[in-house]
Design a protein around this ligand. Sequence first.
Ligand code: G6P
Length: 589
Amino acid sequence: MCGIFGYVGNRSNAAGLAVNGLKSLEYRGYDSWGVAWKEGSALGLRKETGKISGINPESLPACSLAIGHTRWATHGGVTAANAHPHLNEDRTIAVVHNGIIENYQELREELKAKGHVFLSETDTEVIPHLIEEYLKETDDFAHAVRLACQRFTGRYGILAVHTTSDTIVAARTGSPLIVGKAPDGFFIASDTPAFLEHTRTVQYLDDGEMVITNGKSIIFSDLKTGEEKLKREIEITWSIDEARKGDYAHFMLKEIMDQKESVARAVNQNEEEIIEVARAIENARGTFLVGCGTAHKACMAGEHFFSIVAGKHVNVAPASEFKLYHRFLRPESLLIAVSQSGETADVLEAIQVAKSKGAKVLAIVNSPGSSIARAADYTLLINAGPERAVASTKALTGQLAVLMLVAYALAGKLAEGKKLLLETASMINDMLNPRYADYLSRVADHIKAKEDLYIIGRSWNYPMALESAIKIQEVSYIHAEGFAGGELKHGPIALIEDGMPCIVLAGNDEVLPDILSNAVQLKARGGYVIGVAPERNEIFDEWIRVPDAGAAQPIVNIIPIQVLAYFLAVQRGKDPDMPRNLAKSVTVK
Ligand code: G6P
């Protein structure tokens, strides 16, 4: 949610670097953007609504220090005035911010009483004004930022600059900030793709930390006490090409196609670590799986993997509901936090709740070094590589694969699970061929004018029905809803009209006869039944063939729906990579 970027160093195109960096961060928000740069002893500023994609980085003036921001609006509408950076009145201080300053109204009133004038509706604008106030007490800019930060409640990652110094001061409480160390300067951004083409050497800020850099050196310190800290340098293994869309029209399509390899990468885990994690689940008194959005649907499918493969009961909740589970938690409990970004605020909150009760945490994440990975006792990486499209695709199948592998390990059948998953990876490779994509494009063409669409599934295909609905809703804006097959007759069936597309997710499993009878019920009400199944059935008006993948059926069943959602978006003239109102990394509650 909101992307921030800063560069200071020997290069003279800092503002251009900021524009390019922000383009890589647009998945975090894309309703407006802005850049501020140091121009002699003044600050230059450009802020606009809309996406940053169109701007030529070379159109900005030469400079060696710049900060920038791409916004997902929380406080105040989408206007240039609300876009970041925000400045104080005499334009000597500029700030970009990701997160929410919860006590901003109180601070705003206090500052107004001192004569400060505000130009935006944002919470962020109090930051430069408050720093200005503290600069009356100290001429050390970093110290003034530190004093201001001590007044904030809420979550923030901020970058601040001042006309009198050639430094960037950054502070983190709750929202991610990562330093990139290049031979000719320092980058600070919300995520690594922003500077991956310049450096892979990174240092992660933890909550309650501050960074000061002049481009030549960098100092990490405690945000409260100012005490200096040593930080480990980490080499990022993700390649630059993985973070680019290459010849694909959209990241979403590229990432769907990446699944030809990414599922196998997810399976490539250190066996000892998987067994250790399985042991932790076995010994836990209460295991809870949490995630948000797509990751939550992976957790729901995980519940079935644990039950069917290992006969183990686990609890599942959306991370945003988990704090209500505190009554069930104790030191012997285990929380499994599933997240692509590793930065989702609701998941981080769930971890805090679990830790406050002494419970252990296992993170299943895609982003190495992310806040969730660092907060956990055990971490399993899904190795999907950077996922940029807002709609999660390869991260989901990676999460499913890792959860399945853990379930097999828990059942003492790790080798069997690994074999099944590698066979599945190879089936996905065969499945994602141009003919299959053409066929799905034709199915999309047939239903693209519809405004409603329903998806049903049972057992582990039920969460995949919910996930299918999310995928179709978020990129095509068709009203899509997923249901448990058996629930149809308890309400949703009243919505079925003649010709309405109804997708039925099936596998060769114990619930096949039941889901087929639900398909018959849909058909009897005029539904246009699209079956996603290993075998054709006469009930299907359209058959989307998928391999027979046993326990990995949810993984192969969701893939054609991802492709279908992609084509529905494109054929309806929507940008699948940047759906309206959404952001990829949701760092607010
Ligand atoms: C947002 C994204 C979803 C994602 C969810 C959880 O809503 O748009 O694609 O599933 O956040 O994100 P996480 O990074 O925790 O998996």
